[in-house]
Design a protein around this ligand. Structure first.
Ligand code: COA
Length: 329
Protein backbone atom coordinates (compact mmCIF):
# COMPACT_ATOMS: atom_id res chain seq x y z
CA UNK A 1 0.00 0.00 0.00
CA UNK A 2 1.19 3.50 -0.82
CA UNK A 3 1.89 5.75 2.21
CA UNK A 4 -0.43 8.76 2.53
CA UNK A 5 1.13 12.08 3.51
CA UNK A 6 -0.48 15.36 4.49
CA UNK A 7 1.51 17.80 2.39
CA UNK A 8 -0.28 21.03 3.23
CA UNK A 9 -2.78 22.65 5.59
CA UNK A 10 -4.84 25.86 5.40
CA UNK A 11 -7.75 27.52 7.13
CA UNK A 12 -10.26 30.32 6.76
CA UNK A 13 -12.10 32.07 9.53
CA UNK A 14 -14.68 34.80 8.91
CA UNK A 15 -13.73 38.25 10.20
CA UNK A 16 -16.74 38.94 12.43
CA UNK A 17 -16.19 38.03 16.08
CA UNK A 18 -19.07 37.10 18.38
CA UNK A 19 -17.68 37.61 21.87
CA UNK A 20 -19.08 36.49 25.21
CA UNK A 21 -19.83 40.16 25.90
CA UNK A 22 -21.93 40.26 22.70
CA UNK A 23 -23.82 37.15 23.87
CA UNK A 24 -24.50 38.77 27.27
CA UNK A 25 -26.57 41.35 25.35
CA UNK A 26 -28.52 38.67 23.42
CA UNK A 27 -29.34 35.98 26.02
CA UNK A 28 -29.33 35.38 29.78
CA UNK A 29 -25.68 34.41 30.24
CA UNK A 30 -22.33 35.79 31.39
CA UNK A 31 -18.74 35.79 30.21
CA UNK A 32 -17.83 34.12 33.50
CA UNK A 33 -20.32 31.23 32.99
CA UNK A 34 -19.27 30.60 29.40
CA UNK A 35 -15.55 30.83 30.18
CA UNK A 36 -15.60 28.50 33.17
CA UNK A 37 -18.00 25.94 31.62
CA UNK A 38 -16.57 25.87 28.10
CA UNK A 39 -13.29 27.82 27.81
CA UNK A 40 -14.76 29.82 24.90
CA UNK A 41 -14.16 33.59 24.77
CA UNK A 42 -15.28 34.31 21.20
CA UNK A 43 -16.27 32.65 17.90
CA UNK A 44 -16.30 33.76 14.27
CA UNK A 45 -19.51 34.30 12.33
CA UNK A 46 -20.01 34.50 8.55
CA UNK A 47 -20.99 37.75 6.85
CA UNK A 48 -24.44 38.04 5.21
CA UNK A 49 -24.46 35.93 2.06
CA UNK A 50 -21.31 34.03 3.06
CA UNK A 51 -21.79 30.28 3.62
CA UNK A 52 -19.95 26.97 3.87
CA UNK A 53 -18.76 26.70 0.25
CA UNK A 54 -17.39 30.27 0.33
CA UNK A 55 -15.35 29.58 3.49
CA UNK A 56 -14.20 26.24 2.06
CA UNK A 57 -13.16 27.92 -1.19
CA UNK A 58 -11.04 30.48 0.70
CA UNK A 59 -9.31 27.67 2.63
CA UNK A 60 -8.66 25.58 -0.49
CA UNK A 61 -7.29 28.56 -2.45
CA UNK A 62 -4.80 29.14 0.37
CA UNK A 63 -3.96 25.43 0.40
CA UNK A 64 -3.27 25.38 -3.34
CA UNK A 65 -1.06 28.47 -3.02
CA UNK A 66 0.92 27.04 -0.09
CA UNK A 67 1.47 23.66 -1.78
CA UNK A 68 1.98 25.14 -5.27
CA UNK A 69 -0.78 22.90 -6.61
CA UNK A 70 -2.69 23.68 -9.81
CA UNK A 71 -6.48 23.21 -9.54
CA UNK A 72 -6.43 20.87 -12.58
CA UNK A 73 -4.16 18.47 -10.65
CA UNK A 74 -6.78 17.73 -7.99
CA UNK A 75 -8.37 14.28 -8.36
CA UNK A 76 -10.85 14.31 -5.51
CA UNK A 77 -12.51 16.83 -3.16
CA UNK A 78 -14.29 15.61 -0.03
CA UNK A 79 -16.09 18.28 1.98
CA UNK A 80 -17.16 17.27 5.47
CA UNK A 81 -20.05 19.40 6.70
CA UNK A 82 -23.49 19.33 8.32
CA UNK A 83 -24.26 22.80 7.00
CA UNK A 84 -23.92 22.61 3.20
CA UNK A 85 -25.02 25.72 1.30
CA UNK A 86 -28.04 23.70 0.11
CA UNK A 87 -29.14 20.03 0.31
CA UNK A 88 -28.00 19.80 -3.30
CA UNK A 89 -25.95 20.42 -5.30
CA UNK A 90 -23.20 19.23 -2.96
CA UNK A 91 -21.04 22.06 -1.64
CA UNK A 92 -18.02 20.08 -2.91
CA UNK A 93 -19.31 20.85 -6.44
CA UNK A 94 -19.58 24.56 -5.63
CA UNK A 95 -15.99 24.59 -4.37
CA UNK A 96 -14.77 22.56 -7.38
CA UNK A 97 -16.32 25.06 -9.77
CA UNK A 98 -15.01 28.14 -7.94
CA UNK A 99 -11.43 26.91 -7.84
CA UNK A 100 -11.51 25.45 -11.37
CA UNK A 101 -10.65 21.86 -10.40
CA UNK A 102 -11.89 20.62 -13.74
CA UNK A 103 -10.49 17.08 -13.42
CA UNK A 104 -11.86 16.38 -9.93
CA UNK A 105 -14.78 14.40 -8.63
CA UNK A 106 -16.06 14.73 -5.09
CA UNK A 107 -18.85 14.76 -2.58
CA UNK A 108 -20.06 16.10 0.75
CA UNK A 109 -19.71 13.86 3.79
CA UNK A 110 -21.99 14.11 6.81
CA UNK A 111 -20.14 13.02 9.95
CA UNK A 112 -20.84 16.06 12.15
CA UNK A 113 -17.86 16.84 14.40
CA UNK A 114 -16.09 13.64 13.26
CA UNK A 115 -16.68 14.52 9.60
CA UNK A 116 -13.15 15.74 8.91
CA UNK A 117 -11.60 12.52 10.26
CA UNK A 118 -14.07 10.37 8.30
CA UNK A 119 -13.27 12.37 5.14
CA UNK A 120 -9.52 12.20 5.80
CA UNK A 121 -9.54 8.40 6.02
CA UNK A 122 -11.97 8.03 3.08
CA UNK A 123 -9.78 10.22 0.85
CA UNK A 124 -6.61 8.47 2.02
CA UNK A 125 -7.85 5.16 0.57
CA UNK A 126 -7.70 6.58 -2.97
CA UNK A 127 -4.06 7.56 -2.48
CA UNK A 128 -3.23 4.21 -0.82
CA UNK A 129 -4.72 2.27 -3.72
CA UNK A 130 -2.66 4.24 -6.23
CA UNK A 131 -5.74 5.57 -7.99
CA UNK A 132 -5.26 9.26 -7.05
CA UNK A 133 -2.29 11.57 -6.54
CA UNK A 134 -3.87 14.71 -5.06
CA UNK A 135 -6.88 14.63 -2.75
CA UNK A 136 -8.29 17.70 -0.99
CA UNK A 137 -10.05 17.11 2.33
CA UNK A 138 -12.12 19.96 3.74
CA UNK A 139 -13.94 20.43 7.04
CA UNK A 140 -16.28 23.44 6.93
CA UNK A 141 -19.35 24.44 8.87
CA UNK A 142 -21.59 27.48 9.21
CA UNK A 143 -23.01 26.60 12.60
CA UNK A 144 -24.48 30.10 12.98
CA UNK A 145 -27.06 29.06 10.34
CA UNK A 146 -28.49 26.26 12.53
CA UNK A 147 -28.08 27.37 16.16
CA UNK A 148 -31.04 28.98 17.87
CA UNK A 149 -30.11 32.59 18.72
CA UNK A 150 -32.48 32.34 21.72
CA UNK A 151 -31.09 29.05 23.12
CA UNK A 152 -28.34 29.76 25.64
CA UNK A 153 -27.47 26.07 25.84
CA UNK A 154 -26.19 25.94 22.27
CA UNK A 155 -25.53 29.41 20.85
CA UNK A 156 -22.58 29.93 23.18
CA UNK A 157 -20.79 26.82 21.90
CA UNK A 158 -20.67 27.08 18.13
CA UNK A 159 -18.90 29.18 15.50
CA UNK A 160 -18.17 29.19 11.76
CA UNK A 161 -14.97 28.26 9.90
CA UNK A 162 -13.21 26.05 7.38
CA UNK A 163 -9.98 24.09 7.16
CA UNK A 164 -8.43 21.98 4.42
CA UNK A 165 -5.52 19.59 3.89
CA UNK A 166 -3.86 18.10 0.82
CA UNK A 167 -3.17 14.34 0.69
CA UNK A 168 -0.45 12.99 -1.59
CA UNK A 169 1.43 9.71 -1.98
CA UNK A 170 4.62 9.45 0.07
CA UNK A 171 7.62 7.13 -0.14
CA UNK A 172 8.36 6.20 3.48
CA UNK A 173 5.60 4.12 5.08
CA UNK A 174 6.78 5.14 8.57
CA UNK A 175 5.44 8.64 7.88
CA UNK A 176 2.02 10.12 7.16
CA UNK A 177 -1.29 8.61 8.20
CA UNK A 178 -0.28 5.51 10.15
CA UNK A 179 -3.46 4.24 11.77
CA UNK A 180 -7.09 5.07 12.49
CA UNK A 181 -10.11 3.79 14.40
CA UNK A 182 -13.60 5.10 13.59
CA UNK A 183 -17.11 4.18 14.78
CA UNK A 184 -20.72 5.27 14.48
CA UNK A 185 -23.36 4.63 17.16
CA UNK A 186 -26.86 5.63 16.09
CA UNK A 187 -28.30 4.82 19.51
CA UNK A 188 -27.12 8.30 20.60
CA UNK A 189 -28.76 10.06 17.66
CA UNK A 190 -31.48 11.85 19.59
CA UNK A 191 -29.05 13.44 22.07
CA UNK A 192 -27.68 15.89 19.47
CA UNK A 193 -29.70 16.60 16.37
CA UNK A 194 -31.57 19.01 14.12
CA UNK A 195 -35.09 17.54 14.09
CA UNK A 196 -36.70 19.30 11.11
CA UNK A 197 -35.81 20.28 7.58
CA UNK A 198 -35.10 16.78 6.24
CA UNK A 199 -37.35 14.19 4.60
CA UNK A 200 -38.85 13.08 7.92
CA UNK A 201 -40.07 16.52 8.84
CA UNK A 202 -39.85 18.85 5.83
CA UNK A 203 -39.76 22.58 6.55
CA UNK A 204 -43.19 24.04 7.30
CA UNK A 205 -44.60 26.97 9.25
CA UNK A 206 -45.10 24.57 12.16
CA UNK A 207 -41.52 23.27 12.20
CA UNK A 208 -40.22 26.84 12.07
CA UNK A 209 -42.64 28.08 14.75
CA UNK A 210 -41.51 25.16 16.96
CA UNK A 211 -37.86 26.06 16.27
CA UNK A 212 -37.20 22.49 15.10
CA UNK A 213 -34.82 23.65 12.37
CA UNK A 214 -32.24 24.42 15.06
CA UNK A 215 -29.70 22.22 16.88
CA UNK A 216 -31.15 20.40 19.90
CA UNK A 217 -28.77 18.93 22.41
CA UNK A 218 -28.64 17.14 25.74
CA UNK A 219 -25.39 18.81 26.75
CA UNK A 220 -24.64 16.73 29.85
CA UNK A 221 -25.14 13.38 28.11
CA UNK A 222 -23.09 14.45 25.08
CA UNK A 223 -20.33 15.68 27.40
CA UNK A 224 -19.97 12.27 29.08
CA UNK A 225 -19.97 10.32 25.80
CA UNK A 226 -17.47 12.75 24.26
CA UNK A 227 -14.93 12.36 27.08
CA UNK A 228 -15.19 8.58 27.18
CA UNK A 229 -15.05 8.07 23.41
CA UNK A 230 -12.18 10.43 22.60
CA UNK A 231 -10.12 9.02 25.47
CA UNK A 232 -10.80 5.45 24.28
CA UNK A 233 -9.86 6.11 20.62
CA UNK A 234 -6.67 7.81 21.70
CA UNK A 235 -5.63 5.08 24.14
CA UNK A 236 -6.35 2.41 21.56
CA UNK A 237 -4.16 4.11 18.94
CA UNK A 238 -1.33 4.65 21.41
CA UNK A 239 -1.43 1.05 22.66
CA UNK A 240 -1.78 -0.55 19.24
CA UNK A 241 1.22 1.40 17.95
CA UNK A 242 3.33 0.97 21.11
CA UNK A 243 3.58 4.72 21.73
CA UNK A 244 3.67 5.97 25.33
CA UNK A 245 1.65 9.07 26.21
CA UNK A 246 4.80 11.14 26.85
CA UNK A 247 6.15 10.29 23.39
CA UNK A 248 3.12 11.84 21.67
CA UNK A 249 4.21 15.27 20.45
CA UNK A 250 0.79 16.72 19.80
CA UNK A 251 -2.76 15.79 20.70
CA UNK A 252 -5.46 17.56 18.70
CA UNK A 253 -8.89 16.77 20.08
CA UNK A 254 -12.12 18.05 18.52
CA UNK A 255 -12.62 21.49 20.02
CA UNK A 256 -16.02 21.10 21.70
CA UNK A 257 -15.38 22.29 25.23
CA UNK A 258 -12.11 23.02 27.08
CA UNK A 259 -13.29 20.91 30.02
CA UNK A 260 -13.91 17.93 27.74
CA UNK A 261 -10.39 18.28 26.32
CA UNK A 262 -8.85 18.55 29.80
CA UNK A 263 -10.75 15.46 30.98
CA UNK A 264 -9.65 13.44 27.93
CA UNK A 265 -6.01 14.56 28.28
CA UNK A 266 -5.95 13.68 31.97
CA UNK A 267 -7.40 10.17 31.32
CA UNK A 268 -4.55 9.52 28.88
CA UNK A 269 -1.87 11.16 31.01
CA UNK A 270 -1.01 14.01 28.65
CA UNK A 271 0.39 17.34 29.79
CA UNK A 272 -1.13 20.71 28.88
CA UNK A 273 1.81 21.35 26.55
CA UNK A 274 0.89 18.35 24.40
CA UNK A 275 -2.70 19.49 23.79
CA UNK A 276 -3.64 21.85 20.94
CA UNK A 277 -6.33 24.31 22.01
CA UNK A 278 -8.09 26.81 19.73
CA UNK A 279 -11.57 26.73 21.27
CA UNK A 280 -11.05 30.00 23.19
CA UNK A 281 -10.83 31.90 19.87
CA UNK A 282 -13.12 29.98 17.54
CA UNK A 283 -15.59 27.91 19.60
CA UNK A 284 -16.82 24.64 18.13
CA UNK A 285 -17.01 24.87 14.34
CA UNK A 286 -17.95 21.19 13.96
CA UNK A 287 -16.13 19.55 11.01
CA UNK A 288 -13.72 22.48 10.79
CA UNK A 289 -12.12 22.37 14.25
CA UNK A 290 -9.48 19.72 13.48
CA UNK A 291 -8.09 21.06 10.17
CA UNK A 292 -8.09 24.58 11.63
CA UNK A 293 -6.22 23.41 14.74
CA UNK A 294 -3.80 21.38 12.62
CA UNK A 295 -3.02 24.39 10.41
CA UNK A 296 -2.49 26.54 13.49
CA UNK A 297 -0.15 23.89 14.99
CA UNK A 298 1.91 23.87 11.78
CA UNK A 299 2.04 27.71 11.69
CA UNK A 300 3.14 27.79 15.33
CA UNK A 301 5.86 25.19 14.66
CA UNK A 302 4.36 22.82 17.20
CA UNK A 303 4.81 19.84 14.90
CA UNK A 304 8.06 18.95 13.12
CA UNK A 305 9.34 16.22 10.87
CA UNK A 306 9.14 12.85 12.63
CA UNK A 307 6.78 13.99 15.40
CA UNK A 308 3.71 11.93 16.16
CA UNK A 309 0.26 13.41 16.57
CA UNK A 310 -3.21 12.05 17.26
CA UNK A 311 -6.41 13.72 16.13
CA UNK A 312 -9.62 12.57 17.76
CA UNK A 313 -13.25 13.58 17.43
CA UNK A 314 -16.73 12.88 18.70
CA UNK A 315 -19.98 14.22 17.34
CA UNK A 316 -23.65 13.95 16.51
CA UNK A 317 -24.75 10.56 15.29
CA UNK A 318 -22.97 9.54 17.42
CA UNK A 319 -19.84 9.55 15.32
CA UNK A 320 -16.30 9.28 16.58
CA UNK A 321 -12.78 8.33 15.81
CA UNK A 322 -9.07 8.91 15.96
CA UNK A 323 -6.17 9.13 13.52
CA UNK A 324 -2.45 8.66 14.21
CA UNK A 325 -0.04 10.64 12.03
CA UNK A 326 3.75 10.85 11.87
CA UNK A 327 4.51 14.26 10.43
CA UNK A 328 6.58 14.51 7.27
CA UNK A 329 8.05 17.85 6.14
N1 COA B 1 -25.39 30.80 30.56
C1 COA B 1 -25.78 30.69 31.84
N2 COA B 1 -26.37 29.60 32.34
C2 COA B 1 -26.57 28.57 31.51
C3 COA B 1 -26.19 28.62 30.15
C4 COA B 1 -25.58 29.80 29.69
N3 COA B 1 -25.19 29.94 28.42
N4 COA B 1 -26.50 27.45 29.58
C5 COA B 1 -27.06 26.68 30.53
N5 COA B 1 -27.11 27.36 31.70
C6 COA B 1 -27.62 26.92 32.98
C7 COA B 1 -28.60 25.78 32.84
O1 COA B 1 -29.89 26.27 32.52
C8 COA B 1 -28.54 25.14 34.21
O2 COA B 1 -29.32 25.89 35.09
P1 COA B 1 -30.22 25.14 36.22
O3 COA B 1 -29.22 24.41 37.07
O4 COA B 1 -30.89 26.27 36.89
O5 COA B 1 -31.11 24.22 35.46
C9 COA B 1 -27.08 25.34 34.62
O6 COA B 1 -26.57 26.39 33.78
C10 COA B 1 -26.22 24.12 34.44
O7 COA B 1 -26.52 23.55 33.15
P2 COA B 1 -25.80 22.28 32.64
O8 COA B 1 -26.36 21.93 31.31
O9 COA B 1 -25.79 21.23 33.69
O10 COA B 1 -24.31 22.84 32.47
P3 COA B 1 -23.03 22.06 32.09
O11 COA B 1 -21.98 22.29 33.11
O12 COA B 1 -23.32 20.64 31.69
O13 COA B 1 -22.55 22.84 30.79
C11 COA B 1 -22.56 22.58 28.41
C12 COA B 1 -23.40 22.87 29.65
C13 COA B 1 -23.51 22.61 27.21
C14 COA B 1 -21.52 23.66 28.27
C15 COA B 1 -21.89 21.19 28.57
O14 COA B 1 -22.85 20.24 28.97
C16 COA B 1 -21.24 20.72 27.32
O15 COA B 1 -20.28 21.31 26.85
N6 COA B 1 -21.70 19.61 26.77
C17 COA B 1 -21.13 19.06 25.54
C18 COA B 1 -21.62 19.86 24.39
C19 COA B 1 -20.83 19.60 23.15
O16 COA B 1 -19.64 19.65 23.17
N7 COA B 1 -21.53 19.38 22.05
C20 COA B 1 -20.93 19.16 20.79
C21 COA B 1 -20.33 17.82 20.75
S1 COA B 1 -19.52 17.61 19.25
Amino acid sequence: MIPVHITGTAKYLPKTRLTNADLEKMIDTSDEWITTRTGIKERRIVANGEATSAMATHAVRKLLGKTKTQPEEIDLIILATVTPDMFFPASACLVQNRIGAKNAWGFDLSGACSGFLFALISGAQFIKSGRHKKVVIIGADTMSSIVDPEDRNTIILFGDGAGAVLLEPGIDENFGILDFEHRIDGSGGDLLMMPAGGSLSPPSHTTVDNREHYVKQNGRAVYKHAVKSMANYTKLLLDRNHISAEKLTLFIPHQANARIMEAVASRIGLTEKQVMVTIDKYGNNTAATLPIAMDEAVDENRIKHGDTMILTAFGAGFTGGGVLIRWNK
